[in-house]
Design a protein around this ligand. Structure first.
Ligand SMILES: C[S@@+](CC[C@H](N)C(=O)[O-])C[C@H]1O[C@@H](n2cnc3c(N)ncnc32)[C@H](O)[C@@H]1O
Ligand SMILES: Nc1nc2[nH]cc(C(=O)O)c2c(=O)[nH]1
Ligand code: SF4
Ligand SMILES: [Mg+2]
Length: 221
């Protein structure tokens, strides 16, 4: 069974299918405690509002009629049966599956899956998050051109460290790379100027679209 904090349909405000409708499943519980976390309430493993089986989650997704699926949290990869859920979802050719994960959990046990069907959006937590020590850099070798590495930046120190990691691991050659502002905490112009100064080809700037549309604290959007 899976512990679900909330489920909803919205415009995906982040990542590769940003701007398209998506159905979101937010699981409860997290192994990290990022300074900027916008879903702090879902970090508690007991914060679930319902429990569902993998089949029930699949049925719910199909019932919505939405093809983009985002599994998030909390930390979705803490759910014990996540592999089973991914196997069921990835068998359905009409679904485009994205998983938001925090970089602090090994992706090794997912490497043999059909990686064309499933996109891992993996955060690399930067200094301002206070969680960088938890990053599993081995995960980079499991990422493909269909995945994303996301750096949530709060200030200059994060921008510099993010670029260092991108260069050290040749991330733009291996996968898709995003800088995202920790919402409202950094001038977006500062990010663009940093990208210009450092000729950061192939890095994408992301601004969380749903926080522009709705209040940044709104749940279920
Ligand atoms: C809430 S997390 C859930 C998935 C997973 N725990 C993780 O951190 O990747 C989903 C995404 O939102 C991002 N995020 C959380 N708080 C944010 C904030 N205040 N501003 C921008 N992005 C934020 C995270 O970095 C992550 O990429
Ligand atoms: N609209 C919307 N798009 C999102 N994309 C990723 C989200 C997340 O919380 O992981 C998210 C979210 O919470 N809302
Ligand atoms: S890992 Fe994700 S859910 Fe957990 S505290 Fe950090 S941003 Fe929040
Ligand atoms: Mg969110």
């Amino acid at each position: 069974m899976f512990n679900i904090a909330e489920k909803f349909i919205s415009i995906n405000g982040e990542g590769k299918s940003c701007g398209q409708l998506a159905v979101f499943i937010r699981f409860s519980g997290c192994n990290l405690d990022c300074s900027y976390c916008d879903t702090d309430w879902a970090r508690d493993a007991e914060a679930y509002t319902q429990q569902m089986s993998a089949e029930e989650i699949y049925d719910y997704i199909k019932h919505t009629g939405i093809n983009n699926v985002t599994l998030t949290g909390g930390e979705p990869l803490l759910q014990e049966d996540m592999r089973e859920l991914l196997d069921i979802l990835s068998e359905d050719n009409s679904l485009n599956i994205e998983i938001e994960t925090n970089g602090g959990i090994s992706l090794e046990k997912f490497t043999d899956m059909d990686r064309q069907r499933i996109c891992f959006t993996m955060d690399y937590k930067l200094p301002y998050s206070a969680m960088e020590d938890h990053m599993e850099v081995d995960n980079f070798k499991y990422l493909t051109k269909n995945d994303v590495v996301k750096f949530v930046v709060s200030g200059e120190k994060d921008l510099i460290r993010g670029k260092e990691i991108i260069d050290k691991y040749d991330l733009t050659d291996m996968t898709n790379v995003y800088f995202s502002s920790a919402f409202g905490s950094i001038d977006l112009e500062e990010i663009v100027n940093f990208m210009k100064e450092n000729k950061m080809n192939e890095t994408n700037l992301q601004v969380q679209l749903h926080k522009v549309i709705w209040s940044p604290d709104e749940r279920g959007v």
